[in-house]
Design a protein. Structure first.
Length: 81
């Protein structure tokens, strides 16, 4: 019989705190807007005025999200940021 040592700490999981989303201007918007380049201009404008922009951007960077606009930036822009 194998036993598991439960006294060892668990590895940290990716940041999953999403309380900032409650105050995001995009709350309730169709998510396709953030993945379809036809909407990027209007999404970037919304993100620029959003009170949760920095938390959104931080969430995407910490969790290595590679697709879509987060905090008004694409993955390529987030990496350069």
């Amino acid at each position: 019989m194998t036993t598991i040592d439960t006294s060892l700490p668990f590895l940290p999981s990716p940041d999953t705190s999403t309380a900032w989303r409650d105050h995001a201007l995009c709350k309730g918007q169709d998510t396709i807007m953030f993945y379809d380049q036809r909407y990027y201009h209007s999404v970037r404008k919304m993100c620029a005025e959003c009170p949760s922009r920095s938390q959104c951007l931080d969430f995407a960077v910490r969790n290595d999200i590679r697709f879509g606009l987060w905090g008004g930036l694409t993955h390529k822009e987030r990496v350069a940021h």
